[in-house]
Design a protein around this ligand. Structure first.
Ligand SMILES: Nc1ncnc2c1ncn2[C@@H]1O[C@H](COP(=O)(O)OP(=O)(O)O)[C@@H](O)[C@H]1O
Ligand SMILES: [Mg+2]
Length: 246
């Protein structure tokens, strides 16, 4: 049977002598909002980068619809952790959004009318079209995150990966992010979000992957958020979120 999802098999990553990820096996399906949770240093960012070939895998494979993901990276939109983006880089909101169209357009080519419409629509969806000419560095954290979300939307991808998009954003941005994630999932996209916060917002996710160098639990939210799993992942270092979140 053909697999419509994203499959990670036996993925392992070492940074020199440090085993950051050990034998990760996952099957992520379209139509389900999937969160990756786990303590600081658990390997959440490493998992995303490893899936995208941004860091070398020690072992393992990642496939999408039964073909290596690395051969179809044009189907992936990735928004890295804020701390990994150079916010002093002198680009405008429009420049950032249109980076999402470069792959379809080619470097140093003019954007087509279609591409420009995609860029503008994406900015409208995140309520940032009024800021089109502003340097990205002058915006608030939430506004910057919305612009990067717009870039990923302009790319017209099948698979969306967001690394801690809620860090340092306001409530309006959080609402916009979740409503767009929901829309993407409803349209059959794969949406994976790293979210180290175990607060109320966790209830937005359908499925969770609980990580601490290896998979502690993966599957439906209610299954993953059992106290035994959380204790194992956080080793008692976290006071548990409000039980109604489960
Ligand atoms: N480029 C790197 N070189 C060496 N060690 C790294 C590098 N990136 C991350 N690490 C280490 O790998 C582990 C996992 O990091 P990371 O994937 O960033 O975790 P998370 O995103 O869950 O906080 C941590 O111990 C971190 O210090
Ligand atoms: Mg991280």
């Amino acid at each position: 049977m053909s697999d419509q999802g994203l499959t990670v098999s036996h993925l392992g990553v070492y940074y020199r002598r440090l085993e950051a990820l050990h034998n990760i096996n996952l099957s992520i399906q379209p139509g389900r909002l999937t969160g990756i949770i786990g303590p600081n240093g658990a390997g959440k960012s490493t998992l995303m980068k490893g899936m995208l070939g941004l860091i070398p895998l020690t072992q393992g494979t990642v496939s999408y619809q039964d073909r290596p993901l690395l051969q179809q990276l044009e189907k992936v939109a990735y928004v890295p952790q804020r701390s990994q983006i150079d916010w002093t880089y002198p680009v405008t909101v429009w420049d950032v959004v249109m980076m999402g169209r470069v792959r379809q357009t080619g470097w140093l080519k003019w954007f087509s009318a279609y591409s420009r419409r995609m860029g503008l629509e994406a900015l409208q969806r995140v309520d940032m079209s009024a800021y089109i000419d502003r340097p990205i560095g002058e915006l608030s954290g939430g506004q910057q995150q919305r612009v990067f979300l717009a870039r990923s939307l302009a790319q017209d991808a099948d698979i969306f990966l967001f690394d801690e998009p809620f860090v340092g954003v306001d409530q309006k941005t959080e609402n916009i992010l979740f409503s767009i994630f929901r829309e993407l999932v409803a349209n059959g996209k794969i949406v994976i979000v790293v979210n180290h916060d175990l607060g109320e917002s966790i209830t937005h996710f359908d499925d969770l992957i609980l990580l601490n160098r290896e998979i502690i639990a993966a599957g439906k939210r209610q299954f993953v958020l059992q106290e035994t799993h959380l204790t194992q992942a956080y080793r008692g270092k976290v006071t548990f979120f409000n039980q109604k979140a489960a």
